[in-house]
Design a protein around this ligand. Structure first.
Ligand SMILES: Cc1cc2nc3c(=O)[nH]c(=O)nc-3n(C[C@H](O)[C@H](O)[C@H](O)COP(=O)(O)O)c2cc1C
Length: 215
């Protein structure tokens, strides 16, 4: 099948886009209001988009509490959502009123970050401390008058639980990160689903030597 994505008349019972851009990492965004109330919510229109320095982005449908807080003070933290924390992560997405702290609601501990005010999720093995760079209101198109707000943040501090570092490498599979698929579906990274491919190289004769695949 093919359909015009601006018209978006795909003829399917549900919009398939999110099932097509999958898996998407989940940015578990914590912020704090100037009044001192913490906020936590998962965002799967999320990714890292650069390194040295690192940048992350996430997309918000409208101005949600996370965006309000970031507009107030320009800081946020992205904790890693993992298999062990999947129910907590889901609870933190509840549409509760502005001013409700999702940390206790989701049964999680807010622990102090090092360089920014918003706390990280203590139970999570990774946290990216970020300073706001820019928010871009993405333009609508066709019959969709509004789109998402894209928040861009520069990573200024990185917490890694030392238990997940072995032989100088982060053991991503041991952390079991979860990712969003389409509909209500998720995926999890484990040692069984991971594989390694080295980059192809161009030899002295200009021949491309394929990378090697393990797993
Ligand atoms: C796994 C998951 C991913 C989500 N991703 C997004 C997203 O990318 N953008 C968005 O606007 N809402 C997303 N949501 C919904 C928000 O988490 C939800 O609206 C939340 O209440 C927003 O919280 P806030 O108002 O405290 O920022 C997601 C929910 C879940 C469970």
């Amino acid at each position: 099948m093919f359909y015009d994505a601006i018209e978006n008349r795909h003829g399917l019972p549900h919009d398939p886009l999110k099932a097509l851009v999958a898996p998407r990492p989940i940015g578990w965004i914590s912020t704090v209001s100037n009044a001192g109330i913490c906020n936590l919510a998962p965002y799967s229109f999320f990714n890292a988009v650069g390194e040295k320095p690192g940048y992350v982005v996430f997309g918000s449908a409208g101005i949600k509490d996370s965006l309000h807080n970031i507009a107030e003070n320009g800081e946020f933290v992205c904790s890693l959502a993992t298999w062990d924390l999947r129910h907590h992560m889901n609870m933190s997405s509840a549409a509760v009123p502005h001013g409700v702290d999702e940390f206790p609601l989701a049964g999680l501990t807010a622990t102090a970050s090092i360089l920014v005010k918003p706390p990280r999720v203590k139970e999570s093995p990774v946290a990216l401390e970020c300073r706001h760079f820019q928010t871009i209101a993405l333009p609508g198109a066709g019959r969709y008058k509004q789109s998402y707000n894209l928040v861009i943040g520069r990573i200024v501090g990185i917490y890694i639980d030392d238990r997940f570092i072995s032989d100088g490498l982060v053991d991503t599979a041991a952390m079991k990160p979860i990712a969003r698929l389409g509909y209500m579906d998720y995926a999890v990274v484990t040692a069984e689903t991971m594989f390694t491919i080295t980059r192809p190289e161009v030899d002295v004769d200009g021949q491309v030597v394929p990378g090697s695949v393990t797993g």
